[in-house]
Write a protein that binds this ligand. Structure first.
Ligand SMILES: Cc1cc2nc3c(=O)[nH]c(=O)nc-3n(C[C@H](O)[C@H](O)[C@H](O)COP(=O)(O)OP(=O)(O)OC[C@H]3O[C@@H](n4cnc5c(N)ncnc54)[C@H](O)[C@@H]3O)c2cc1C
Length: 416
């Protein structure tokens, strides 16, 4: 009844917790701390977004590629020297968003992974004794012009159709909700369902503590390979020793690619590198998370200050961070908030991390093809915090040999 969980980011932690609920003993492997700086789960924007339905690839996006390659200050950059290696992934990425019909089909699947995320996070936060870290204040999307909002109707109509409450705010209403937002924003949309985590590291640590208190074991080691015999998982090899097991879940974020390959599955998983800067903010400058749609970043009020998180940088996992990306995020702040400055200029942290991204906007959830006993739960890209609870329930069902509560065939590794 032992199950090894490889990776202690938010997906691995939720998976371990759900697997424990089925009466199994969990052993969690990670060379770093649960939700530590090495994990994407440490530095994201903290949004739990049931309405994060849209994949990144949409029709016509490929036309922007040449501009993206030259514009170094935009929200997406590709480092030239990595382009040849990234090309197959990029082609699949653009192909996945080739029609609105495809986008809608993907969004419906994503909805299944996102829909219960707020209640699930609130439930787990309460169990872990950290309800105060999950704040339910909605999220605000702000537009320079109403016409910008009207141009993105497809997104909002789909959300409305799926039952989300979409509240449109004119400039006066927007200022009432967020008095410190720059008056160059003429229009806003409030999504009341969204919530946010105000300290991701503390949240992950609290979940890890809950798992420990329920008998779970943490081993600080890196999984290096798999021992497979007769098509069955026998052990996980680590840099320290091998750990015998008949079942394991692979939830190692961007680190999953190598281990899936060791099990015979070549998955097109790439890092969409992202950045954040934290600014000291004792005055609570904004009341809730804000997405300025012209800058495409998440600004979140957190315990340690205001976090500005975003940017997509396509390079390689090992390439050194380019802190100019963090600077671009910081520079945006002065045009998003009121002038003269209403927030300090003191940077208290900056960070770079890896969104583990498949080209089609769906994670890999399901059994490995050539290794019985191994299950995948990785590739959540931009929305892993949101999708962690649903992924965890699916993994727990798979490990227990039960039918998952939703059809996950489109998330299978077979699709590649
Ligand atoms: C700038 C930015 C903003 C974001 N904003 C949001 C947001 O607001 N909302 C949202 O839902 N999502 C957001 N995301 C995405 C989200 O952060 C990720 O999808 C999510 O954290 C992925 O979680 P994970 O557990 O799969 O991976 P990770 O958090 O990366 O954890 C993987 C863990 O596996 C370990 N590991 C790796 N290899 C091995 C190995 N061989 N053996 C053992 N352990 C291993 C690592 O050490 C790490 O601890 C954002 C991402 C970024 C970069």
């Amino acid at each position: 009844m032992k199950v090894v969980v490889i990776g202690a980011g938010i997906v691995g932690l939720f998976a371990a917790l759900e697997i424990q609920r089925t009466g199994r003993h969990v052993v969690i492997l990670d060379p770093g701390d649960p939700g530590g700086r090495q994990a994407a789960s440490y530095g994201n924007a903290g949004w739990v977004s049931p309405a994060a339905l849209m994949p990144v690839s949409i029709p016509g996006l490929w036309r922007q590629l040449p501009r993206l390659l030259v514009d170094k200050s935009g929200p997406l950059v590709i480092r030239w020297q990595h382009l040849p290696r990234l090309l197959p992934w990029l082609l699949r990425f653009f192909w996945a968003g080739r029609s609105w019909k495809k986008v809608e089909a993907c969004a419906k699947l994503r909805f299944e992974l996102c829909r219960d995320s707020v209640v699930d996070h609130q439930r787990v936060a309460a169990e872990a004794g950290v309800s105060h870290l999950v704040e339910h204040k909605g999220a605000l999307f702000v537009y320079p012009e109403k016409s910008d909002f009207l141009a993105s109707q497809f997104y909002w109509e789909m959300r409305r159709r799926l039952g989300f409450k979409v509240t449109e705010l004119d400039k006066a209403d927007l200022q009432k909700h967020e008095p410190n937002i720059s008056d160059r924003y003429q229009f806003g949309v409030l999504l009341e369902e969204e919530c946010h985590v105000t300290d991701l590291k503390a949240y992950c640590e609290a979940i890890a503590e809950l798992i420990r208190n329920r008998g779970g074991e943490f081993i600080r080691a890196q999984a290096k390979g798999l021992m497979i015999s007769g098509g069955r998982l026998k052990a996980i090899m680590t840099d320290e020793r091998s750990i015998e097991c008949a079942q394991a879940v692979l939830t190692a974020g961007i680190g999953s690619k190598k281990l899936a390959a060791a099990a015979g599955d070549r998955v097109p998983l790439e890092s969409e590198r992202g950045y954040h800067v934290m600014i000291a903010d004792e005055g609570k400058t904004i009341n809730r998370p804000i997405m300025p749609t012209d800058g495409r970043m998440g600004i979140t009020p957190m315990r340690q200050g205001l976090r500005i998180a975003g940017q997509v940088e396509l390079a390689s996992v090992g390439a050194p961070p380019d802190w100019r990306r963090a600077k671009i995020l910081h520079q945006w702040l002065s045009s998003i908030l009121q002038s003269p400055p209403v927030v300090s200029d003191k940077v208290v942290d900056q960070w770079m991390g890896h969104r583990p991204s498949t080209p089609d906007g769906l994670p890999c959830i399901g059994p490995a093809r050539f290794c019985r006993g191994l299950f995948y739960g990785f590739g959540h890209g931009h929305t892993g915090l949101t999708q962690a609870p649903a992924t965890a329930k699916l993994l727990a069902a798979l490990v227990a040999g039960q039918e998952p509560h939703i059809d996950i065939s489109a998330m299978s590794v077979h699709r590649f």
